[in-house]
Write a protein that binds this ligand. Structure first.
Ligand SMILES: C[S@@+](CC[C@H](N)C(=O)[O-])C[C@H]1O[C@@H](n2cnc3c(N)ncnc32)[C@H](O)[C@@H]1O
Length: 222
């Protein structure tokens, strides 16, 4: 029987998928309906109050809008800062936990680990910070400027010039916004059908890496 992980603020399950690949059975919690959720079970509920009993590990990705530099002042004003409240919940559990966020949350997170797409041979850098109750290793960090994929050497010269000049990015805006199908490929999220499901996600490769270490801790405690 698999160890059970609860993924708080799960979205469509970018993080969830990685934990599944690492070997967990994953239950996702999100305040919004997630018709494309990829995990084993989904609960529509508030992650700040949903009970955490009965799980072997907890992951939390509180919304990053308050912390992200790309967020407008207007959106920021409406976006709650949930990192501290989430940490209080995580610390109240007696199982290993992980909390993830964007680089803009550096001062609010007590992160010990940075993961980058280049560590997993992805063409995007997408730096994310991880705070955990456990000691975690990072892989070697190669130069992290987004490298164009071979198939981007397409006949469209303007496009080639654009991606050659700028690192590839999975965000909703910008002059050289790439397509959802590119994002899905780069992120490793083939099940997604909406932009937000991918732009708000952690690449499954990151949580597969974290999840393998987390599963070791869970198995040692069992
Ligand atoms: C950064 S996204 C998470 C993405 C996800 N970790 C992934 O890798 O695909 C944050 C999610 O938190 C959800 N959310 C915001 N406030 C919430 C709350 N109070 N309880 C549960 N979910 C919430 C949003 O609907 C959104 O899907």
């Amino acid at each position: 029987v698999k160890a059970r992980l609860i993924d708080l603020f799960c979205g469509a399950g970018g993080a969830t998928r990685g934990y599944q690949l690492a070997g967990f059975y994953v239950v996702g919690v999100d305040i919004e309906a997630q018709p494309n959720y990829v995990g084993d079970e989904f609960v529509q509920a508030d992650a700040l109050t949903y009970p955490l009993e009965g799980f072997d590990a907890v992951h939390a990705s509180p919304p990053c809008q308050f912390y992200a530099p790309s967020t407008s002042a207007a959106t920021k004003a409406m976006s709650p800062a949930l990192i501290n409240g989430t940490r209080l919940r995580l610390r109240g559990t007696d199982v290993p936990w992980v909390m993830e966020n964007v680089m803009g949350a550096k001062r609010d997170l007590r992160a010990s680990l940075l993961l980058c797409g280049s560590m997993f041979d992805m063409p995007i850098s997408r730096h994310r910070l991880f705070e955990s109750s456990e000691f975690m290793w990072a892989p070697h960090h190669p130069p992290c400027v987004g490298r164009p994929l071979p198939e981007l050497a397409d006949p469209d010269a303007a496009y080639r010039k654009a991606v050659g000049r700028r690192a590839l990015n999975v965000t909703g805006h910008g002059r050289y916004k790439n397509s959802l199908s590119d994002w899905k490929k780069w992120m490793g999220m083939p099940w997604a059908t909406r932009d937000r499901e991918v732009t708000e996600a952690i690449p499954p490769a990151y949580t597969e890496w974290i999840g393998r270490q987390l599963l070791q801790v869970v198995e040692q405690a069992a």
